[in-house]
Design a protein around this ligand. Structure first.
Ligand SMILES: [Zn+2]
Length: 432
């Protein structure tokens, strides 16, 4: 063993040298056009200098750096902050009728392995960060760790792990099963009744490695249950969840379609409302007052409304909910935006296909939002919702180098975002 030591030392020195050499070189990215998201302007003719994993400087004109530096020419493109999707389900993807069988045939490992492909697709589509709002058995915690270690290619992940529901509520994993399979899932499985179980479920998620809490405050479209909009938590349960989550530094994201469930959740102090189908002026007012973000997921609404037209695509109990709720979300979004509600971009990908996330931008612009506001909703606003705006969300010195680019100008044609040409995450180029 002793004789090996010098060889190890030489290897180590060589490694250190090559690491420091690659670290020393900076990356100079010349952008014909630049959206920083720090303001609402379209800048042109800028060079963004990246050192290690951070943005060092933004300079006027084309700057190339020294011989050892890397130069990336994006003169025909628009450079932007990495896009962020506040509502994804990276460990599964709806595939029609067979999706409902997976609960009986898939193991946890199947979900974990599938998530690897979906994570890579999401990053390559320009989404350098996602919130994962609901998985099966904490597999997206494992996915996040693997991505952070560099063994899997994917976006930064903030995961809620398994969602929290009430018995028979949206996200009770045993809905629709025969009674001998149904059992009696509890806080560990994300099903609670009463204050003590609510607290326990939050603490369990903290222990499991979740970053935030997701609850299903009303019925939902795709669960095998009749009601898509009734309130499913009591006031004291909601308050117990929010207070416990806050104790552990976690935010609370709320799936909700019906008004009463949204109202109770907002008053309990949650951070975001997802889908929000039946929001009205009173809800808009409450959201503004309590600084609650709206994460629209228009894409999921459109997707399920389309599929509800196909016989047999959804179970009979799901089909009328998909047909009724799906088409409403885009107009809810339009009204929320008009009423000054803070919007954070989110798609519910996993309902629609992973990698199609940017279609949401097109639906937002179609509903009356400017292309610049839509882009800022997926960069600056998402960072604010996650409370990470000091490190991500804009192209400014000191921020992490998460950058994407498209050919042409997305302010003229928002569909260009569906064809991302360049992706950098944490200073590493994944697509060029
Ligand atoms: Zn969802």
């Amino acid at each position: 063993m002793k004789t090996n030591k010098p060889i190890h030392a030489v290897l180590l020195a060589t490694l250190l040298l090559s690491v420091s050499a690659s670290v020393l070189a900076d990356t100079y990215i010349y952008a014909g056009k630049l959206i920083t998201s720090a303001d609402s302007k379209l800048h042109s003719d800028k060079t963004v200098i990246v050192k290690d994993n951070k943005i060092l400087e933004v300079k006027d004109g084309k700057v190339k750096g020294g011989d050892s530096d890397r130069f990336i020419d994006l003169s025909d493109s628009t450079l932007m902050p990495g896009l962020m999707d506040m509502h994804t389900h990276l460990s599964f993807q709806n595939e029609g009728p067979s999706s409902y069988m997976k609960r009986y045939t898939n193991n946890e490992a199947d979900y974990a392995i599938e998530s690897v492909t979906f994570a890579e697709k999401t990053l390559m589509a320009g989404f350098t960060l996602v919130r994962n709002l609901g998985d099966i058995a904490n597999e997206t915690v494992a996915l996040r760790k693997a991505i952070d270690r560099g063994t899997v290619v994917g976006p930064r992940i903030y995961t809620s792990a398994k969602s929290i529901a009430t018995t028979g509520g949206h996200a009770d994993p045993s809905n629709g099963m025969s009674s001998n399979l149904m059992g009696d899932p509890g806080p560990r499985d994300g099903v609670i009744n009463g204050v003590a179980e609510a607290r326990k479920a939050v603490r369990q998620r903290y222990k499991d490695g979740a970053d935030l809490i997701k609850i299903t405050a009303t019925g939902g479209v795709l669960s095998v249950a009749k009601n898509g909009q009734n309130p499913q938590f009591m006031k004291d349960e909601l308050e117990a969840i929010v207070q416990t989550a806050n104790d552990y530094g976690m935010t609370v994201a709320v799936h909700a379609h019906g008004k009463e469930g949204m109202k109770r959740a907002i008053l309990a102090g949650v951070d975001s409302i997802e889908h929000g189908t039946y929001m009205d002026n009173e809800i808009f007012r409450l959201m503004r007052k309590h600084d609650v973000f709206y994460v629209p997921t228009i894409l999921a609404g459109n997707f399920v409304a389309e599929k509800a037209k196909i016989d047999g695509y959804f179970p009979a109990i799901v089909r009328p909910k998909a047909a009724a709720i799906g088409p409403l979300i885009q107009s809810t979004f339009a009204r929320a935006h008009e009423n000054g509600v803070m919007i954070a971009f989110g798609t519910d990908s996993g309902v629609s296909a992973h990698g199609d996330n940017a279609k949401e931008f097109e639906l937002m612009v179609e509903a009356g939002m400017s292309a610049m506001d839509a882009i800022r909703s997926a960069t600056l606003n998402t960072a604010k919702l996650l409370k990470i705006e000091d490190t991500l969300g804009t192209v400014e010195p000191g921020k992490f180098a998460d950058l994407v680019a498209v050919k042409g100008n997305p302010l003229d044609d928002i569909t260009l975002l569906q064809n991302i040409q360049f992706v950098m995450k944490d200073g590493v180029v994944y697509k060029q």
